[in-house]
Unconditional design. Structure first.
Length: 105
């Protein structure tokens, strides 16, 4: 059952990421998606879930919702200065969200 749930969760995460990306500016929506995904991952890690549930929610859903490849591409497209600020800000927001998510559980 876990492989099927993994595929479904990965599909939902990827489609969610795509739909949010259609809303506005690429780097802004990417910052929001990665921050929310990191917060959800913090909740998943902090909760006392089974290994299967952690894999499905953490790796499949949160992993496809947040995308490192889009993060790297946006940082590159923004140029050296703005891309560096985006990278630092994005990492700071993601770390803070993950910490808050795991603390709240």
């Amino acid at each position: 059952m876990t492989p099927m749930l993994f595929v479904i969760a990965a599909g939902v995460g990827a489609v969610s990421r795509h739909l949010v990306g259609q809303i506005g500016c690429a780097w802004v929506t990417l910052l929001w998606v990665n921050t929310i995904g990191a917060g959800l991952l913090g909740v998943v890690i902090g909760a006392d879930l089974s290994a299967g549930a952690t894999t499905v929610l953490g790796v499949a859903f949160c992993g496809t919702l947040t995308t490192f490849s889009s993060f790297a591409l946006e940082a590159r497209l923004l140029g050296w200065r703005r891309g560096s600020l985006f990278a630092v800000g994005s990492l700071a927001c993601a770390c803070a969200a993950a910490s808050m998510g795991s603390t709240l559980v």
